[in-house]
Design a binder for this molecule. Structure first.
Ligand SMILES: [Zn+2]
Length: 475
């Protein structure tokens, strides 16, 4: 328990945060936490509604002295990523998290903490509960299932909100104000191949030692994509080969760090030697120092169902020609990227999933066209889904100016104004509310989406006080 004698901070949002961690609220399981927020709002005489999608909207009326103020939207998401250590028997559908505090960081024993984005919910509910803080009218929007595809924001009816200023609390680095994020578009590339039976040497090649990572936040590091490296090796190995299987990646938004392929070849020794030689060339190019690619092989004589050599080449050609990684860059970082996250060939079924991201909405379509072209050139079909808008950087943003000004006054230094090459809900919400001015901020939360997730307690206090200071200025 963090709220014990050893926990030195009396701020009410910590207690609220702890209460939230007792309610299981992984993605897909947010009804109970939504009800908890709704009940707390009603208890505090605020208007509240749980919308059709499962989002909670709470309206805190303006305080005295803020009669002329415009409503400010405070936004975060209800769901959390559920990760636990391999030996943990934690049940995310039933068990409360076990909070710990080491004097600096709040963590949860053996699991993710859900500081992303429980801290936003806790901040918002603290403002609902504390009627003594004089504030402008608040429209608190707590969305469901952000982590699995921004579904709450996508299901929002924009007419339920009247504010034009949105403070999103889903950033994880204090002192950085995010003012733009990438949009996304998922591509599914599929083909059904004819198989024929062959007997011979089947080599299972495994490529390992790559760093991988998040396809938005880490794409600029130019880490190697396992599926694409394997394709490059096979393309240049100089062998008459037949693919039996191909497997790389599990998530469309993660750079695959492993790839394995079963390949029917004439001469296993020549084949493996050629792959090693090709890998040496890639190693010499040394795009990213974090990648240490290695190959392992097992060979077996057997009878298998495999693709023809020509069909195998179609898969290899697709992977070698599809755009990969950073496609364009600007002053604030990566503008457009593509990550081929999943590539599988099993029983003749080819399935590949890629995520296109761009800070510019139009670029999503430009890259989609390129994917279609490459897919069609080898006879594959490409489908697109789950499109969400980029939150394009606004040259003019009075809210950003105000937040920079308050930050400087409070902390005696300038905040960093930046954009992020990943999806935030601001893009989707801004799309639904014309004229929206939005900024995203948040306290230091480290190693989010992992069992090492930790919230810096003092950073959380500073951010809360900063948030209140901003709101007080919005008369
Ligand atoms: Zn989040």
């Amino acid at each position: 328990m963090i709220i014990s004698e050893n926990f030195p901070y009396k701020h009410s949002f910590f207690k609220i945060f702890e209460e939230l961690t007792k309610i299981p609220h992984g993605s897909g399981n947010t009804a109970e936490i939504a009800k908890h927020c709704y009940d707390l709002a009603i208890k505090n005489n605020c208007e509240a509604v749980i919308d059709k999608a499962g989002n909670v909207i709470i309206k805190r009326p303006e305080s005295q002295g803020f009669e002329n103020a415009q409503p400010v939207i405070i936004q975060g998401h209800l769901d959390m990523v559920c990760e636990k250590t391999p030996d943990s028997d934690h049940d995310f559908m039933r068990d409360p998290l076990k909070l710990q505090f080491d004097g600096k960081y709040i963590t949860a024993e053996n699991t993710t903490l859900g500081g992303d984005d429980g801290i936003a919910v806790a901040y918002a509910l603290a403002l609902v509960e504390d009627k003594d803080i004089a504030l402008p009218p608040l429209e608190i929007l707590l969305t469901m299932d952000e982590e699995t595809g921004l579904f709450g924001a996508a299901g929002l009816d924009g007419s339920m909100l009247s504010g034009k200023n949105l403070i999103n609390l889903d950033s994880e680095e204090e002192g950085i104000l995010l003012c733009g994020c990438a949009g996304g578009l998922t591509a599914i590339i599929e083909h059904k191949f004819e198989l024929s039976e062959h007997s011979g040497t089947v080599v299972k090649v495994t490529l390992d030692g790559l760093k991988g990572g998040h396809s938005g936040c880490e794409i600029h590091r130019r880490r190697l994509n396992g599926a694409l490296v394997m394709a490059k090796l096979l393309k240049n190995c100089g062998q008459y080969l037949k693919l039996v299987s191909y497997k790389s990646g599990t998530k469309f938004n993660a750079i695959p760090c492993v790839c394995s392929a079963e390949v029917l070849v004439n001469d296993a020794e020549l084949f493996t030697a050629a792959l090693e030689k090709e890998l040496d060339i890639i190693r010499a190019e040394k795009v990213c120092a974090e990648d240490q690619p290695i190959l392992t092989f097992t060979a077996e004589q057997k009878t298998v169902s495999a693709l023809s050599n020509e069909d195998s080449r179609r898969i290899i050609d697709y992977l070698c020609n599809v755009p990969d990684g950073v496609i364009s860059e600007g002053e604030t970082g990566v503008i457009t990227s593509l990550n081929t996250g999943v590539s599988t060939l099993q029983n003749g079924n080819w399935h590949s999933e890629a995520l296109i991201r761009s800070m510019v909405n139009g670029d999503l379509d430009v890259i989609a066209e390129k994917v279609i072209k490459v897919a069609n050139s080898v006879g594959f079909k490409a489908d697109f889904s789950d499109r969400y808008s980029a939150w394009e950087y606004n040259a003019v943003s009075p809210l950003r100016d105000k937040m920079v000004e308050v930050y400087e006054k409070k902390f005696g230094k300038k905040p960093i104004v930046s954009t992020i090459h990943a999806g935030l809900e601001c893009g989707i919400i801004s799309d639904k509310i014309p004229g929206m001015d939005a900024v995203s901020m948040g306290p230091d939360i480290l190693d989010v989406h992992t069992v090492n997730e930790r919230l810096d307690a003092e950073s959380a206090i500073r951010c809360f006080e900063y948030l209140v200071a901003i709101l007080k200025e919005m008369k």
